[in-house]
Design a protein around this ligand. Structure first.
Ligand code: GTQ
Length: 370
């Protein structure tokens, strides 16, 4: 091995590498170790953003522009420092495949209807009374609601309530960008008008585990909104039994017409960690973006301690060892690229192989604060 390496350092080989570059060609003998890591080695880093920083910056943004006047949405996205400047104009996504943002809509505001082929979803963290209109259906939002807008559907928002609303957006923007598949259209009017009853999907699925007989065949979004009450009831049922040692009591939002994830490229979970619960450490190929919906605690990610409190956002990159600890009853909302990894046959997982399944803490992450 050493001999081969030495050979690659010779002047003859180096000169030839440069010669190839003149023709926009590249030598594979230089590239393999960088392109084909033994194990996933994402450029995205483990990272945490404080909720209060996002709230403050959104309120400041509200003083300088409204979505109706331009820019489409008042959303501030989570830029992973490990991915900064990787893209040509200097934006960075949250993980390699997913973008996450936090959006503010004030009473009386409208965010114009548009459509794109990126899959989108929202998780409401503050407020109620705004609706999103998706393909002619007004879907009313409130705290704890999870909403999907799969690719290609018209959607716009309007706030007809009386208190500011904040929600988290997650889209597969970086993935669609990297495969060069993006399409985007503005709706001809400011907002699409209703053509279906309000909250049509949620009403049709009010019973939860049964489906209308006409939904025996796959639909893209039979349910547009998964309400908190239903999610909580499911978790309470699970909580009567033993927790999963790695994830506590976790449920996945799914598409009841085909049994797959609610949105085709993203897996989204709500997980409860009871007070004092300490999960065992493991790692998996998919990367995860979290919102601390309720509670507080910490996660250890590749030996680094990330303390979190209600409202924070954090990222576990691909193949990073991680475990969570809850100081109080905690609900973590999360979205990952699990379906993407599964479709490419890349999903693997592995448990930490030591006595108690816990990592040694080597350092503590210092988040940016106000
Ligand atoms: O609210 O429709 O954060 O289209 C990014 C793209 C939000 C939205 C985002 C979007 C939206």
């Amino acid at each position: 091995m050493a001999e081969k390496f030495d050979f690659l350092q010779t002047k003859e080989v180096k000169d030839f590498n440069q010669e190839l570059e003149k023709y926009d060609l590249g030598p594979l003998w230089e590239a393999i170790p960088e392109l084909m890591h033994h194990r996933p080695k994402p450029q995205a880093e483990a990272y945490l953003w404080k909720g209060e920083v996002l709230q403050k910056k959104l309120m400041e943004a509200a003083n300088i522009f409204t979505p109706e006047r331009g820019g489409e949405r008042r959303a501030i996205y989570l830029q992973n420092p490990g991915l900064k400047y990787r893209q040509p104009w200097g934006w960075a996504s949250t993980t390699q495949t997913l973008y996450a943002a936090v959006q503010l809509l004030l009473p009386g505001e409208k965010a114009p209807s548009h459509r794109h082929w990126q899959n989108a979803q929202r998780f409401v963290t503050h407020g109620e009374g705004a609706y999103t209109i998706v393909q002619g259906q007004r879907i009313f939002m409130k705290e704890g609601s999870f909403l999907i807008t799969p690719g290609g559907l018209w959607h716009g928002h309007e706030h007809v309530g009386d208190k500011p609303m904040i929600w988290m957006d997650i889209l597969d923007i970086p993935m669609v960008y990297s495969i060069g598949g993006t399409f985007f259209d503005h709706y001809p009017d400011l907002l699409e008008q209703p053509s279906l009853p309000d909250d049509f999907g949620s009403q049709r699925y009010e019973g939860g585990v049964v489906r209308p007989i006409s939904d025996r065949h796959s639909h893209i979004a039979p349910v547009g909104c998964y309400r908190w009450e239903g999610t909580l009831a499911a978790i309470e049922g699970l909580s009567r039994f033993e927790p999963d040692p790695y994830d506590g009591y976790a449920v996945e939002y799914y598409n009841p017409s085909n049994g797959e994830t609610a949105n085709p490229t993203m897996a989204t979970w709500m997980q409860k960690l009871p007070k004092g619960f300490h999960t065992k450490a493991h790692r998996h190929t998919h990367a995860v973006i979290y919102n601390v919906f309720k509670g507080s605690g910490y996660s250890v990610i590749d030996g680094v301690k990330f303390e979190w409190t209600e409202g924070d956002y954090f990222v576990i990159p691909n193949w990073a060892l991680h475990e969570h600890v809850a100081y109080e009853d905690t609900f973590l909302f999360s979205t990952s690229d699990l379906p993407i990894m599964e479709k490419f046959n890349l999903e693997r997982s592995e448990a930490l192989d030591t006595g108690n399944g816990r990592q040694e803490i080597k350092s503590e992450f210092k988040p940016k604060t106000l």
